[in-house]
Design a protein around this ligand. Structure first.
Ligand SMILES: Cc1ncc(C[n+]2csc(CCOP(=O)(O)OP(=O)(O)O)c2C)c(N)n1
Ligand SMILES: CC(=O)[C@@H](O)[C@H](O)COP(=O)(O)O
Ligand SMILES: [Mg+2]
Length: 589
């Protein structure tokens, strides 16, 4: 059946009785491709029936459908014209792993960060109302973890006071990436499939017409409920219960691992066995394991994550010291101010947040932390280009958006040992807040678990002396620079190139910089963040203030959104690969 469907209009030719068979085919299609091409699996498997039912009942793309986060929209993509190119999912020049307006008119709103769908669909619904359009449906599909986020609540609160044609579908699988947390989760879990009577329905209290819970894998029920809701006016919420990973035993049994499992065996469903090769650790594991090591000695250490315990490896701390580690759910703003509150009481709070998601909490960083000089320790995971998640997820703005905030120390360790040492330094008690950024994936050192050395705040280091061109790197870009420099074999060239790990973009090591500007005529800065306002800009500001005339060349992410691909491909395209750096140095020489 799937072979005969290109768009939902083809789907609508089938009879309702045929749809369970289609659901099986769609599931197999997703499994077969994700098994080899990787991507988000569990969420899409869980909404196969819901996806079919929505496109069957509603007149998409005229009716507007918004997928929250969008990691569950693979079935939607396959049924809306992208079946033939689905194998390019998340690859360079392929389709995006998230809904994207430029990709299809069925993707009504670009997503990737959570909890935006209700606001966006409400905006569309009010626009329709203003235009006098009454026959359009506006549907937001949002997960149980995402609906607990502040932004979703703000939207519900607004929507409840509008007479708009808005349908919120709560896809409740009782899990986010990691198990869902919080009082709302407990409330939702009381509403069982047996339909325990609810006297105080939270959604009804917000003026929504609530229905459910219904079995989200029962197509007959879904079709009849959606058909009925078409004719209910005003804001309405359908509570759908689904199983994340539905249809693949291992994905149902191990929902955390199969959220985005990497490659697996499509026939058996088993993950590929882990390689026995000893590899350098992931930066997040260095963070997570080091935090536990430090927390054993320092009773004041607290860890916080907004909904990413596995991803950020805060799980180590949660296992070792459950009372001192908090998963606050998808609540970046709360995480930051909660950290500030804890820190006012003398606790050493490590707030670990993916760089891209910290964007949500910008005012909290300024107003609740930096303005009050509260020494929260921000651990910015997934800084730099993250690869296949693409434009919505790259952590490339943090240097620029943090560097301009007074009182904030901004640093980036170049390797695992430096990360350990700055974590150690931070928990000794700083007077100011600090942001420590490190990338997704593995470092370079096998032997990283050594003793601790304190790092002097604002001190960079000379990694290689030279006399003509100085390369100043920030964070793990040092590795690309080292590789680039190793390619120079001629003695005169080798002698000419100096390399400095500046470690801090704020405060800058002005003593070291003075020495560099007095020694080298040409300076190249390298960062895996946006050039505009980033680390290189801080060096230019220094040069301008001190009236240095040296030539300064910035290497960093250009002023454009970078799409998806492997991190290596994207670094190359952005001009910050070791190859790019080599040619830049060569040019200067
Ligand atoms: C603002 C923000 N914070 C964190 C994330 C990371 N993230 C992606 S999916 C997800 C869990 C979503 O859970 P839920 O809404 O229940 O959807 P499900 O995966 O269960 O379908 C999280 C935390 C994100 N995308 N956006
Ligand atoms: C959809 C989403 O936002 C997350 O699942 C994200 O893809 C996780 O990224 P990592 O794989 O880097 O943890
Ligand atoms: Mg969920």
């Amino acid at each position: 059946m799937l072979d005969t469907i290109t768009f939902p209009k083809d789907l609508r030719k089938f009879s309702p009785q045929d749809l369970p068979q289609l659901a099986q085919e769609l599931r197999d299609f997703i499994i077969n491709i994700v098994a080899v091409k990787e991507g988000h699996l569990g969420a899409s498997l869980g909404v196969v029936e819901l996806t079919i039912a929505l496109h069957y009942v509603f007149n998409t793309p005229e009716d507007l459908l918004v997928w929250d986060v969008g990691h569950q929209a693979y079935g939607h993509k396959i049924l809306t014209g992208r079946k033939e190119i689905f194998h390019t999912n998340r690859q360079l020049n392929g389709i995006s792993g998230f809904p994207k307006r430029t990709e299809s008119n069925f993707d009504t709103f670009g997503t990737g960060h959570s909890s935006t769908a209700i606001s966006a669909a409400l905006g569309m619904a009010i626009a329709s109302k203003l235009a006098g359009i009454t026959n359009k449906q506006h549907i937001a599909v949002v997960g149980d973890a995402s609906i607990a986020s502040g932004m979703a609540f703000e939207a519900l609160n607004h929507a409840g006071m509008t007479a708009t044609n808005l349908l919120v579908i709560l896809n409740d699988n009782a899990i986010g990436i990691d198990p869902s947390v919080g009082a709302l989760k407990e409330y939702l879990s009381k509403v069982t499939l047996d339909g325990a009577p609810e006297t105080d329905n939270i959604f009804e209290a917000l003026n929504f017409n609530y229905s459910g819970p219904v079995d989200g894998h029962d197509l007959e029920i879904l079709l009849s409920e959606l058909e009925r809701l078409k004719n209910v006016s005003g804001p309405k919420l359908l509570h759908v219960i689904t199983t994340k990973g539905k249809g693949l035993r291992q994905a149902e049994e191990n929902q955390v691992a199969y959220h985005a499992p990497g490659k697996f065996n499509a026939l058996t469903g088993d993950l590929h066995p882990k390689s026995k090769e000893v590899l350098p650790p992931k930066f997040q594991d260095v963070f997570g394991k080091t935090l536990v090591e430090l927390a054993r000695k320092n009773k004041n250490i607290i860890g916080i994550t907004p909904a990413m315990p596995s991803g950020s490896s805060l799980t180590y701390m949660m296992d070792a010291f459950p009372e001192r580690a908090f998963d606050v759910g998808i609540a970046e703003q709360h995480a930051v101010t909660f950290a500030a509150g804890l820190a006012t009481q003398g606790l050493h709070v490590f707030c670990t947040i993916y760089s891209t998601f910290l964007q949500r909490a910008y005012d909290q960083i300024i107003h609740d932390v930096c303005l009050q000089k509260i020494p929260v320790i921000f651990c910015l995971d997934r800084a730099g280009l993250v690869g296949e998640d693409g434009a919505t997820h790259h952590g490339i703005f943090d240097i620029a958006y943090l560097r301009c905030i007074p009182n904030l120390i901004v640093c980036a360790p170049r390797n695992e040992v430096e990360l350990r040492n700055i974590l150690y330094t931070a928990q000794k008690g700083l007077e100011l807040p600090i942001a420590i950024r490190y990338p997704r994936g593995r470092g370079t050192l096998i032997d990283w678990q050594q003793g601790f050395t304190e790092i002097e705040i604002g001190k960079g280091i000379e990694l290689k002396k030279g006399n003509k061109v100085a390369v100043l790197s920030f964070g793990t870009m040092a590795t690309n620079v080292v590789t680039a420099i190793e390619r120079f074999t001629e003695t005169s060239e080798k002698l000419a190139i100096g390399h400095y790990d500046m470690r801090f973009t704020k405060p800058l090591d002005e003593v070291l910089l003075t020495q560099i500007f007095n020694t080298y005529s040409e300076i190249i800065t390298v960062e895996d963040g946006v050039k505009a306002g980033g680390f290189g800009s801080s060096i230019l500001e220094f040069a301008s203030e001190k009236k240095y005339q040296n030539k300064v060349i910035l290497m960093g992410i250009p002023d454009t959104f970078i799409e998806h691909g492997t991190t290596d491909e994207l670094q190359e395209m952005s001009g910050i690969s070791s190859e790019n750096i080599y040619f830049q140095i060569k040019n200067v020489l």
